[in-house]
Design a protein around this ligand. Structure first.
Ligand code: BV8
Length: 244
């Protein structure tokens, strides 16, 4: 892969996956011992699995919400926040951070504008009144919905077969971007795995930062392999140097 020339980029879309939070101690999905080895996807990340065994699903997300409370953002999250701060100082520049992750490490790392296309662990969706509420506790004991008091809360995350959030806004940003950067994702799940093709069709440069080649590596102009906590700060320095 030839080195992408860090020319001046005005509109950047960044997609992150579980790999950017791995060094914060958050399990990824497909690594050895990862989340999908401990549980079948069909059982814990589909509406059918939730209908079949709500206790298993609520317990699975309670465990992940508790693990998140013990995790801290890492230099990769912090570097993206630095890029957002510097970008926002320059008129006409736009940065959209789209994450597949349901953790809040981007926000705790300092990012202000984060689009959680697969929802968030710290949000509860009521199956009775469809209200979304900020949520930090467990759900296994069926707490009452803050809006309607019904005991019908589920994790506000997008399961397989459900519609990801804000797809219109994401596709709009992909059509207008001049740089698309994918960080820490295996490229195994759609529609996120197809974003690189949307960006290329729009004429954008495409860069992948990942620990190992993903399923979509061949679709990127450039792939850099290594841990996000090293690659992302290096890349942000490159982009910001070019700008000044
Ligand atoms: C949809 C949220 C229609 C919950 C997740 C049949 C029926 C219905 C749908 C389908 C079907 N067949 C296919 C589909 C589509 C389906 C799909 O893609 N299935 C796959 C299995 C083929 N998708 C859907 O159902 C989606 N909805 O299609 O609706 C539609 C279509 C178009 C437009 C609009 C609507 C909904 C999918 C969402 C599922 N929810 N998560 C939760 O978190 O529990 S999926 C979950 O896995 C993630 O959110 C993410 O999206 C996905 C991939 O995970 P990654 O983040 O990439 O993590 P992974 O472990 O896989 O990889 C980690 C990577 O990091 C690795 O590459 C590793 O090398 C790297 N890494 C590790 N350490 C580091 C590192 N990199 C850097 N540094 C490190 N230190």
């Amino acid at each position: 892969m030839f080195q992408a020339i860090m020319a001046d980029f005005a509109r950047i879309v960044i997609l992150t996956g579980a790999g950017i939070s791995a060094e914060s101690g958050i399990d990824t999905f497909r690594a050895a011992g990862g989340l999908w080895e401990q549980h079948r996807v069909e059982d814990v990340a589909t509406p059918e699995g939730f209908a079949r065994d709500p206790d298993l699903v609520l317990g699975f997300y309670d465990m992940r919400r508790a693990a998140l409370a013990r995790a801290q953002p890492n230099p990769a999250h912090e570097a993206l926040a630095r890029l957002e701060r510097e970008f926002s100082k320059v008129p006409g520049r736009d940065l959209l951070l789209v994450t597949q992750n349901v953790d809040d490490l981007h926000e705790r790392g300092g990012s202000a504008r984060v689009l959680h296309m697969h929802g968030e662990l710290k949000s509860a969706l009521c199956t009775a009144c469809e209200t979304r509420s900020p949520w930090r506790e467990a759900m296994l004991h069926r707490p009452p919905c803050p809006a309607c008091a019904e005991p019908g809360l589920r994790p506000d995350v997008v399961w397989f077969g459900e519609m990801p959030y804000q797809m219109g806004r994401i596709y709009q940003a992909l059509e207008a971007c001049d740089l698309f950067v994918s960080i820490g994702t295996s490229g195994a799940v759609y529609p996120a795995a197809g974003f690189v093709q949307e960006a290329r069709a729009a004429g954008a440069r495409t860069l992948e930062l990942n620990l190992e080649p993903s399923e979509g590596s061949r679709l990127f102009h450039e792939t850099r392999l290594g841990p996000a906590s090293v690659l992302v700060p290096e890349w942000v320095d490159e982009v910001l140097q070019t700008r000044i």
